[in-house]
Design a protein. Structure first.
Length: 180
C-alpha cells in the first residue's frame, strides 16, 4: 500500500504544480519523516506491523501537507516581492524565501507541538489497546520531529535553489547578465 500511496501523492502533486520537479521537491518531506519514524521505532524496539504501516501512511500525509503549505507560503512571499520590486534579483529572492519561511515557523511549531502532545499519552499508556496504538503512534511521533527540521530548513533551501535556477533561465533567455 505504501508505494501506491506515494505514487498517488506524487500524481496529485504533479497535477497541483504542473511540474515533476516541484512535486518531487514537496515529496522529499516523506523520506525525512520516514527517518524520524524509523529511528523512534528502532529506539523503542518495535517491529514493523500493520499498525506501524498505518502510522507511516498517516505520517506521510501530514508531512506532505505541511510541505505543501510551506511551499504555498514561499510562493506567496516571492510573488509579493516580485510585485514590490518589479523584477527579482538573487538577493530579493533570498529575502522573500526567508520572509515566507519565517511566516510559516509558528504554525509549523504549533502543528508539531499539537501532534506530539496528543500522541504522548498514547505512548505512556498501559491500558487495553495500548499494544496496538503505541506502534501506530510511534512513526507519527518520530516523523513529525524530523519533518519539522525538513520543512523549516530543507524545504526553503531547495525552494530557493529551484527559484534561483528559474531566475537564471529567465535572465539568460532575456539576454541580460546573471546577477551573482
Amino acid at each position: 500500500m505504501v508505494p501506491i500511496v506515494l505514487v498517488i501523492t506524487f500524481g496529485l502533486l504533479y497535477i497541483t504544480y504542473h511540474s515533476a520537479l516541484e512535486a518531487a521537491h514537496v515529496l522529499l518531506a516523506v523520506p525525512f519523516a520516514l527517518t524520524g519514524g524509523i529511528y523512534l521505532l528502532w529506539l523503542l524496539q518495535y517491529n514493523f506491523s500493520v499498525a506501524v504501516w498505518v502510522g507511516f501512511i498517516a505520517l506521510f500525509g501530514t508531512a506532505v501537507q505541511t510541505a505543501v503549505v510551506m511551499v504555498i507560503y514561499l510562493n506567496e512571499a516571492v510573488e509579493r516581492k516580485r510585485r514590490e520590486a518589479g523584477q527579482l534579483t538573487r538577493a530579493s529572492l533570498m529575502e522573500a524565501v526567508t520572509e515566507g519561511a519565517l511566516l510559516r515557523l509558528r504554525p509549523k511549531l504549533m502543528t508539531v507541538s499539537t501532534v506530539v502532545a496528543s500522541l504522548l499519552p498514547i505512548m505512556w499508556s498501559t491500558s487495553a489497546g495500548a499494544e496496538v496504538m503505541k506502534p501506530l503512534a510511534t512513526p507519527v511521533l518520530g516523523g513529525m520531529v524530523s519533518s519539522l527540521l525538513h520543512v523549516l530548513i530543507v524545504t526553503p533551501v531547495i525552494f530557493f535553489w529551484l527559484r534561483e535556477r528559474e531566475l537564471k533561465k529567465e535572465r539568460h533567455s532575456a539576454g541580460s547578465p546573471v546577477e551573482a
